[in-house]
Write a protein that binds this ligand. Structure first.
Ligand code: TIU
Length: 220
């Protein structure tokens, strides 16, 4: 077992039963000129996560531990997109509309894919998810169960949307989640800060919070 300094108390994990989950590091959310920026968002708030996540990925892979990536997106015919989700997008650019990097959040489009800096390696699962959470309507729980994974070290974007939803879903399924503050980001800094506080509050109601350096310091 390995102990990581974390809030609200050390996160103790079995490396054989813990995966690194990299959530939605997609061009449409992170790149200048992408969907996120076109909605008026400040992508620098997300881009600061790239370098620490790349360093963590390198260390995690060197240790031979499992990595799982996710992407938010939909089938080209939008049959997996609830009308409520479609209708609530910004009217100027909705899911499936032609965007700066292809149809917005549609699988197979350039903007939907993961940024080059964090490209998955062959053999690393990429979970395509139609929702904000990575468990809803995906094979993630079955994959983790098959591989005996009970702990998740969580990175990605955005802190209060897909990261939070996934951590909450994971918590209810019995997974122990460590969220890395420097490897998650939001377009809204105050949502990011409060989002992290919400995870570790009340004795770790949804999990633990640490930084990537805390994890890198203890990897085998
Ligand atoms: N991945 C993810 O968080 N999807 C979003 O739509 N996030 C926003 O903050 N909008």
């Amino acid at each position: 077992m390995i102990a990581v300094g974390a809030r609200p108390f050390p996160y103790v994990f079995d490396p054989a039963a813990t995966a690194l989950l990299v959530i939605d590091m997609q061009r449409d959310f992170l790149e200048p000129g992408g969907f996120g920026e076109s909605l008026g968002n400040d992508v620098s708030q997300l881009r600061r996560t790239i370098a620490p996540t790349a360093a963590l990925l390198a260390g995690w892979r060197d240790a031979g531990l499992p990595v799982i990536h996710t992407r938010e997106g939909h089938l080209p015919d939008l049959s997996d997109c609830p009308p409520a989700k479609l209708a609530r997008g910004a009217p100027s650019m909705r899911i499936g509309d032609p965007g700066p990097k292809g149809r917005v959040l549609i699988r197979g489009e350039y903007g939907h894919d993961i940024i080059d800096e964090l490209a998955p390696l062959p053999g690393e699962p990429v979970i395509d998810k139609p929702g904000k959470g990575a468990f809803h309507a995906t094979e993630l729980h079955a994959l983790l169960t098959r591989d005996g994974i009970r702990g998740l070290v969580v990175t990605g974007v955005t802190t209060e949307v897909c990261v939070h939803t996934t951590v909450r879903e994971a918590n209810d399924r019995g997974y122990e989640c460590l969220v890395l503050a420097d490897c998650v980001g939001s377009y809204f800094p105050r949502f990011h800060e409060i989002g992290l506080e919400m995870i570790a509050a009340q004795g770790g109601i949804f999990g633990w919070v640490a930084s990537s350096s805390d994890v890198l310091a203890v990897l085998p």
